[in-house]
Design a binder for this molecule. Structure first.
Ligand code: SF4
Ligand code: SF4
Ligand code: SF4
Length: 202
């Protein structure tokens, strides 16, 4: 996690609320898409754990109202994620085409995406765990495919004392010691920071 990560969530509110009056704020969302396309082929889902505005929003805003319970395993199954990916991509692409190049209309399409993502984040995050939406978010799924196996987490078995501290801090509720190159690890580094033995590293 970067030093600025906890503060990025405020931009979600600025874009989702301010964008209703000033649609050009929506272009922040386009910047996020471009960043994801540029970073994920080299670092997998690193963007999700360090620079995503909604990821930060989930951790540091939604986290305050979350029940912090187990995220259903089915959320991260491809049977759920692929149809969501196709439906949301299809909807967004058709809406972008319908703007016919109008700067404000296109900005409003992005603002709507921000509002939808924030709404899903709050809904899933409040019901389960702050990062519940991130287990099935289409942008997370895209990064999973683009950056599979990149920047893996490594465990030194000789140093590990089985204290499970890493397990308790993982926002994606992964089996940290078995993560390795799990494409759904968001490379947030919380497990690395929590390990008292320095047994984890990227
Ligand atoms: S899964 Fe989606 S909402 Fe969550 S951090 Fe990644 S891009 Fe952002
Ligand atoms: S395994 Fe570690 S780096 Fe990966 S998501 Fe969990 S806490 Fe973050
Ligand atoms: S926090 Fe470190 S020592 Fe403890 S279980 Fe995890 S890897 Fe092992």
């Amino acid at each position: 996690m970067l030093k600025i990560t906890p503060y990025l969530g405020i931009i979600v509110l600025l874009v989702s609320i301010g964008g209703l009056w000033y649609p050009k704020l929506g272009y922040v969302v386009a910047l996020v898409f471009l960043s994801i396309l540029a970073i994920s082929p080299f670092r997998g889902r690193w963007f999700c754990g360090n620079l995503c505005l909604w990821g930060s929003f989930n951790d540091f805003w939604v986290g305050k109202i979350s029940r912090h319970i187990q995220i259903p395993r089915s959320f991260s199954s491809m049977a759920v994620r692929v149809p969501i990916f196709i439906a949301m991509m299809g909807m967004n692409i058709s809406r972008i085409i319908s703007t016919e190049g109008s700067v404000d209309k296109l900005g409003m399409v992005f603002v709507t995406m921000s509002i939808l993502t924030a709404s899903f984040s709050i809904l899933f995050g409040a019901a389960y765990s702050p990062r519940a939406w991130c287990t099935l978010c289409p942008m997370g799924t895209l990064q999973r495919f683009l950056g599979r196996g990149k920047y893996p987490l490594k465990l030194d078995q000789n140093l590990c004392i089985d204290c499970s501290r890493c397990q308790k801090v993982c926002p994606m509720q992964l089996d940290v010691r078995a993560v390795g190159g799990d494409p759904d690890c968001i490379k947030c580094g919380r497990c690395v920071e929590a390990c008292p033995k320095g047994a984890l590293r990227f």
